[in-house]
Ligand binder design. Structure first.
Ligand code: XLS
Ligand code: NI
Ligand code: NI
Length: 441
């Protein structure tokens, strides 16, 4: 019997180089090319996001589904099985090595917890077999604790402990699935963990509930032998007015406050950064500086709109900034670059899914090449290092090592007089960045 294929007309995507004008080929992503001591494939642990790529409908608040996917329709479990087959065909043709899922993306919810668990287990078995035959691996799993009507007022932060219990049940099984599929990460994105109005909300209580859930998840993970990392994905708003995991700094404070810091790293999403009125680079830096940059959802927002547009990443500056940070910290051991991004409503052809991912992969491949060139060029790194050199010697060193005090510093300042003013040279550095980009690609 001939195996059904869903992307019949598309051949395996290959690297053809910068001069190729084949839209279904990589121009920069060359998996075997070595950059900074590793292959591109090792640096760039791309993952396909099951929910957008396979389950996306093109719907928006003004109109329903517009995509007609050949794997859709019919009995929910059969549909789930076809979708999983389509997913692995897509991921393999694209040459990506990882995928990410929510429990409810891959298997439907039944009439009871027992039924739901059974269906999930069936699909997990199928996914395990497909992983084996294709070599594609699971990057991370998560639970969808926001779509079902019971989660309208949140999951772990819900005022009703029965809802908390349902969420706990779901997290348990989503973690089982993640472990069964060998995932190296488990993500918590606080879907509706926040408030819509303070007038009906006990914020202190809700944050404590949330921390309790995370502690239970850590305990359970340890019990079932989860060897990966837990990630929290900050987002400031949407769907709630205020999400408790507002941004990287807020999450780090939360983890510290509730004694969870050792167990979690952050999963930074580009579009969530911009929603928080930060740059993507800012959120990556805050996490990396704390030693907590674990994984990244690579997408992009739109500067002119205030919601999570989840577009595919095409911004070279962002990719360069990301790859500079990753080169500095030696990559992402447990995480990767997950395309938490969706094609536009009007990009309804199957082929558009390929264009979108190819563009994202080439963008980060370019980012890697430029980041490596910037490291070798040294001027940007050296400038910043030099700017703070005063803190590595003399009085600066005494400040940093706690060997001086206000009184001694007053005496020092009085003796030395006014400091010399030194330019920040922002424009010069921006020009260097552009020069290196142009030269290295
Ligand atoms: C939504 C989030 C979500 C997480 C996974 O805004 O980005 O897709 O990545 O639950
Ligand atoms: Ni998002
Ligand atoms: Ni995300």
């Amino acid at each position: 019997m001939k195996k059904t294929t869903y992307f019949e007309s598309i051949k395996r995507i290959r690297y053809e180089g910068p001069d190729s004008d084949n839209p279904l080929a990589f121009k920069y992503y060359n998996p075997k090319r070595r950059v900074a001591g590793k292959t591109m494939e090792q640096h760039l642990k791309f993952a396909v996001a099951y929910w957008h790529t396979l389950k996306g409908t093109g719907g928006d608040p003004f109109g329903g589904a517009v995509y007609e996917r050949p794997w859709d329709g019919g009995d929910p479990l059969d549909q789930a099985k076809r979708t999983m087959d389509a997913a692995f065909e897509f991921i393999s043709k694209l040459g990506v090595r990882y995928w990410c899922f929510h429990d409810r993306d891959i298997a439907p919810e039944g009439d009871s917890i027992a039924q739901t668990n059974k269906w999930l287990a069936t699909i997990v078995d199928q996914a395990a077999a497909l992983q084996k035959s294709t070599g594609v691996k699971l990057l991370w799993g998560t639970a969808n604790l926001f779509s079902h009507p019971r989660y309208t007022h949140g999951a772990a932060t819900n005022p009703d402990p029965l809802v908390f219990a349902h969420a706990a049940a779901q997290i348990r099984r989503a973690m089982d699935a993640t472990v069964a599929l060998g995932g190296t990460g488990y993500v918590f994105w606080g879907g509706r963990e926040g408030y819509v109005a303070l007038i009906n909300t006990d914020m202190k209580q809700e944050r404590e509930q949330f921390a309790r859930m995370l502690h239970m998840a850590v305990d359970y993970g340890r019990k079932i032998g989860f060897k990966g990392r837990f990630f929290i994905e900050p987002k400031p708003k949407e769907p709630t007015t205020h999400q408790y995991d507002f941004d990287a700094a807020t999450v780090l404070g939360f983890l510290r406050e509730f004694d969870l810091l050792d167990h979690f790293d952050l999963n930074i999403e580009a579009n969530h950064a911009t929603l928080a009125t930060h740059s993507f680079e800012h959120e990556l830096k805050v996490s990396a500086d704390a030693g907590k940059l674990g994984s990244i959802d690579v997408n992009r927002g739109d500067q002119t709109v205030g919601w999570d547009t989840d577009q595919f990443p095409t911004n070279l500056y962002d990719a360069v900034a990301t790859m500079r940070i990753l080169l500095d910290q030696g990559g992402l051991k447990y995480g990767g670059l997950n395309f938490d991004a969706k094609v536009r409503r009007a990009s309804f052809d199957l082929e558009d899914l390929f264009h979108a991912h190819i563009g994202g992969m080439d963008t980060f491949a370019r980012g890697l090449i430029v980041a490596d060139a910037l490291k070798k060029d040294k001027r940007l790194d050296q400038f910043v290092r030099q700017r703070y050199a005063g803190y590595r010697r003399g009085v600066g060193k005494a400040i940093m090592t706690g060997k001086t005090d206000l009184k001694a510093l007053e005496k020092y300042a009085a003796e030395k007089g006014e400091p010399q003013r030194i330019s920040g040279r922002q424009e010069m550095l921006e020009n260097i960045l552009n020069d290196v980009i142009a030269r290295s690609l």
